[in-house]
Design a protein. Structure first.
Length: 448
């Protein structure tokens, strides 16, 4: 609960000015709640209006994206780019193409990105963008025309030292390729303006794997330091079957754990023998088909059409890797009743506030998104470094840097939780550790 008068006042004001943006308000509340002990000790934050400035994006553009489908019909979607905060580096954050995208969703993602990017220790500001375009069932030609139309407007606002978008839900290598091509065409400029690019045109090795691998490096360090245990023999439940989920499953398996579930927006599969990733990748990455296909192809697998039932499968570790608010209090209760030891967020804000409270109150290790899934954007930062140097590092070099970054994020968050008198509460730790660098930069740079 917010008891600090300054934070309470700014939160109420934010509520009044953004009444419709419920996901954004959820993200702001969590950060404010965590920052109370720090804000109490730092009166200069109120004097300089840091919190008021932090919750108001530098700018947010919204634009029409008109494109022509395969039948020759004109379609119109809405595009967004939220440039939230550039105090520690150029705006950086993904683009999401999904029918549920709204201004509120883009703002919550942009706000979270500020602190996540700060935690990576790289010079990256916070931003996010996307569209309510639904890539499902579209041909490659339709995807290309949509991406071209989207970039025809977006190119005015971005640049390698200004704002560097990347992927998120519905935006992977194919979309980044089309977006990059259109930017280059419009600007006649070959530059590292997007990350997650193909390896032939400036992409980084290990960026595809980075969010999922980084999540597991974080979880591995969390178990090593807080439980003196490895991941060997642990049973893992994963939601989602996209980029983050697939590479989380791959690294978990490499570290000796067994992944028994994955899901998509239609349902989930339970494979007691451990998910066969070759089959899953063929279905999800190559065929772009439904996860129910997996149950048809692999013997002994159960398919369920209620995707939140994944949280009812007994496990040691749960990794929500699909979307926001997918793990609620009821799911948290089911996980605890089945003896879960850790939950770490691959997706952004996948656990509801009630779920987080319940898990923490029951002694479950909890790795919050802005710390646990920062490996993707960190490796995007490494892609930017390679682009600036006109050079590429090997897979092993990038992977080693990623692992170091994730281990440091864990320790910085853990140490910050201790400094706040809440040792082991990584929600508080990650929010405080991410905030300090940003607020110090804002204080140093003057009032804007
Ligand atoms: P993908 O598009 O590759 O995969 C998304 C997965 O989540 C799919 O299985 C999809 O199912 C499922 N999903 C999406 N929306 C919903 C929904 N509303 N309800 C239920 N299931 C849904 O995206 P990513 O793997 O890249 O992203 C997953 C999460 O990870 C997101 O929260 C994203 O913000 C976060 N993230 C991504 C990073 C990255 O580098 N890509 C970095 C850090 C965080 P279906 O196919 O049926 O739609
Ligand atoms: O949420 C995220 O951190 C991402 N979607 C990755 C952003 C990036 O710029 O790589």
């Amino acid at each position: 609960m917010l008891t600090n008068e300054y934070l309470k006042r700014v939160y109420e004001d934010t509520q009044n000015r953004n009444a419709a943006d419920k996901e954004f308000l959820q993200a702001v509340y969590e950060v404010f709640d965590s920052l109370q002990p720090y804000v109490e000790k730092h009166p200069e934050l109120e004097k300089n209006g840091i919190m008021e400035r932090l919750v108001e994006p530098d700018r947010m553009v919204s634009f029409r994206v008109a494109w022509v489908d395969d039948a020759g019909k004109v379609r119109v979607n809405r595009g967004y780019r939220c440039q939230f905060n550039s105090s520690i580096g150029p705006y950086k954050g993904g683009l999401r193409f999904h029918p549920t995208v709204t201004r509120s969703v883009i703002k919550f993602l942009g706000f979270e990105q500020i602190f996540k990017n700060s935690l990576t220790s790289l010079p990256l500001g916070g931003g996010k963008g996307g569209s309510d375009f639904d890539p499902k069932g579209k041909s490659d030609g339709e995807i290309m025309r949509f991406c071209q139309a989207f970039m025809t407007e977006l190119h005015r606002y971005i640049g390698a030292d200004v704002d560097v978008p990347a992927g998120d839900i519905g935006v992977g290598g194919r979309e980044i390729g089309y977006l990059f091509g259109q930017y280059k065409f419009l600007k006649n400029n070959f530059t590292g303006v997007l990350t997650g690019k193909g390896l032939e045109f400036g992409g980084s090795l290990a960026r595809t794997e980075a969010t999922g691998y980084g999540l597991l490096y974080f979880v591995e360090e969390m178990f090593r330091c807080m439980r003196c245990e490895s991941l060997e023999g642990k049973t893992v439940v994963i939601s989602g079957a996209g980029n983050v989920a697939i590479y989380a499953a791959q690294k978990a398996t490499q570290l000796g754990a067994k992944v028994v579930t994955m899901s998509d927006s239609k349902g989930y599969v339970y494979d007691p023998n451990g998910i066969n990733l070759d089959v899953m990748k063929q279905i999800k990455e190559v065929e772009r088909a439904r996860i129910s296909e997996y149950a048809k192809r692999v013997p002994g697998v159960t398919y369920g059409d209620n995707r939140s039932d994944v949280w009812k499968i007994p496990c040691d570790i749960a990794l929500p890797c699909a979307t926001q608010n997918e793990l609620d209090e009821e799911s948290a209760k089911a996980l605890v009743a089945n003896g879960v030891q850790a939950v770490a967020e691959g997706a952004n804000m996948p656990s509801t506030p009630e779920a987080i409270e319940y898990l923490l109150a029951h002694g479950v290790l909890f790795g919050p998104a802005k710390a646990a899934n920062a490996g993707g954007v960190a490796t995007s930062g490494l892609e930017m470094s390679q682009n600036s140097q006109r050079y590429s590092w090997s897979f092993e070099e990038v992977d080693k840097k990623l692992k170091n970054i994730m281990v440091n994020i864990f320790h910085n968050s853990y140490n910050a939780s201790k400094d706040c008198g809440m040792e082991g509460n990584l929600v508080v730790g990650a929010n405080v550790a991410g905030f300090i660098k940003v607020s110090n930069a804002m204080l140093a740079e003057g009032v804007f």
